[in-house]
Design a protein around this ligand. Structure first.
Ligand code: S6P
Ligand code: ZN
Length: 193
């Protein structure tokens, strides 16, 4: 058991920013994810045009080897598209595969795209006041389908860990793109068995 003392943090309910100055967000830009977008040419052009910030999220300095710890924070995913594909997070399985996660929508609108190693796929919309349960075994990727930042609070078992490699190698089975002004979930032509 780790020696974490009680503490309080402020997460703004609209912006998602943590106002406790010592907590710094992790940022990911288009250049961090070029190969994960269906239209890599569009992604490279965006990198050359200024490399926009896709999202930022707060991970706290809590022990990562203690199953009794709960990690929590906010993800702030900005609106925009790469080609016709909405801005999205990298997405990951948890290294301890059967650990679950809860997201709570604070502001903005989007989707969580999920899949299991066995090939089940699912997606759920999320917006303000909605709690989303991502069961263990389901990889999860957030997608901003709106025009405002998508801000979500999350909490998961502190030792869950992050397996990014599987998604980086194989991609997701589905993509979320804008068609006729609306989000559409389509097969990912780059997905590898
Ligand atoms: C961690 C949780 C979130 C994501 C964040 C960024 O288990 O799911 O904190 O880390 O939304 O996404 P990603 O896929 O870059 O970690
Ligand atoms: Zn996660």
């Amino acid at each position: 058991m780790s020696d974490v003392k009680p503490f309080v943090l402020d997460f703004d309910l609209v912006s998602g920013f943590c106002t406790s100055g010592k907590v710094k967000p992790t940022q990911r830009r288009v250049s961090d994810m070029v190969a994960q977008f269906a239209n890599e040419t569009a992604a490279r052009a965006m990198v050359e045009g200024g490399d926009p910030l896709l999202y930022e999220f707060y991970g706290l300095d809590l022990p990562e080897d203690d199953s009794g710890v709960l990690q929590f924070g906010t993800t702030i995913l900005y609106p925009g598209k790469v080609g016709e594909e909405y801005f999205m997070t990298k997405g990951h399985f948890h290294t301890i595969l059967d650990t679950s996660e809860i997201y709570y929508g604070l502001s903005g609108h989007g989707m969580m795209l999920m899949e299991t190693p066995e090939g089940q796929v699912d997606w759920k919309e999320i917006g303000p006041g909605e709690a989303l349960y991502v069961p263990g075994r389901w990889a999860h990727r957030s997608i901003n389908t709106g025009t405002e930042p998508l801000v979500m609070f999350f909490v998961y078992r502190g030792d869950a860990g992050h397996d990014y490699g599987t998604i980086e190698e194989k991609g997701y089975r589905k993509l979320v793109v804008e068609r006729d002004g609306k989000p559409a979930v389509i097969d990912n032509p780059k997905w590898k068995v």
